[in-house]
Design a protein around this ligand. Structure first.
Ligand SMILES: [Zn+2]
Length: 312
């Protein structure tokens, strides 16, 4: 149900897009300073993973910053800190044709770069854990398809995926790459240079640049097209939440990686895990909402920790 139209069904041109930036420059631009890894905390994380045979992992924006995708909240480098832009609100998108025009114009410009980002060593490590039977389920708050690109299958994209488009009228799902072609056909000669790209593929344009941008409707019903992602102010589908709770019930330990868990949609699973007294490890630079629930909190880059974990 989660992966109705996965990244794997996308054309090779998307799969093999250029690497938007090297890991090194991505680390410098988008990853907060973390210093050296606390070895005793690292040992505790290792112990929790080693003792688990059905590990439940929650990943967030901090996992993808090392692929060059900025997150919203990181101190100093997140978009909240670097710009005065805020993410699209669900109600504004549904209510306002002008807001949708602005959103899609920016998204259209940012798409080639956003869709070309590649998985990093942490995504690869989690796929390896899945192959080895260590990982029971992976829940990501990211909409960048990087776990799918790495090959993860035991995966729920809690907030959807920017590589899919949903019609608010008939509910049909289409590929974002197809919509890019429709945008290009409807807007010949409409070219602008892209600025910084946000986690949802958003980009910065002046209002005048946006005014002439034409946005297509659903081919089938004429309905409003929206990225199949949960915007701020919207709620995660109830069936999806129940599905993830079931996966958590089957698990024996929890690892949070690269998420501050500020959004309740992810935090609630930590509350449930704590209630069941599951071991909880958190790897994240900076404080998280669930630090008080964790057996160990390791402040480090995901890329410093996940690839270094040994599977017995
Ligand atoms: Zn439709």
């Amino acid at each position: 149900m989660q992966i109705l139209l996965s990244w794997r069904s996308l054309p090779p041109s998307v799969a093999l897009g250029r690497h938007a930036s090297t890991i090194q420059s991505a680390v410098q631009r988008f990853v907060p300073a973390s210093g050296s890894v606390d070895s005793s905390a690292m040992e505790k994380v290792q112990a929790i993973v080693s003792q688990s045979s059905r590990l439940f992992v929650i990943s967030g924006a901090g996992l993808s910053t090392e692929s060059g995708i900025p997150d919203y909240r990181s101190e100093g480098v997140g978009l909240y800190a670097r710009t005065d832009r805020r993410p699209m609100q669900h109600s504004e998108f549904v209510r306002s044709a002008k807001a949708r025009q602005r959103y899609w114009a920016r998204n259209y410009v940012g798409w080639p770069q956003f869709s070309s980002h590649l998985p990093n060593s942490s995504h690869v490590a989690l796929k390896y854990w899945e192959d080895k039977g260590k990982l029971h389920w992976l829940v990501t708050q990211n909409v960048d398809a990087l776990h799918s690109k790495a090959g993860s299958q035991r995966l729920t994209e809690l907030h959807g995926c920017a590589h899919r488009v949903v019609c608010l009228g008939c509910g049909s799902l289409t590929r974002r790459a197809e919509l890019q072609n429709r945008f290009a056909a409807l807007n010949p000669g409409w070219a602008v240079s892209a600025g910084a790209v946000a986690p949802d593929g958003d980009v910065f344009l002046e209002d005048e640049q946006v005014m002439n941008f034409r946005v297509p409707a659903c081919d089938g019903c004429g309905g409003i097209l929206k990225p199949e992602v949960t915007f701020f102010g919207d709620v995660v589908n109830r069936d999806t939440v129940q599905f993830v709770h079931n996966k958590l019930t089957e698990s024996d330990a929890v690892l949070v990686t690269g998420s501050s868990l500020q959004v309740y949609s992810g935090y609630r699973f930590l509350l449930a895990a704590s209630e069941r007294k599951l071991p909880i490890a958190i790897v994240n630079i900076g404080p998280t909402r669930a630090d008080h629930l964790a057996d160990v909190k390791l402040s480090a880059r995901c890329g410093q920790v996940l690839p270094a974990i040994q599977l017995s």
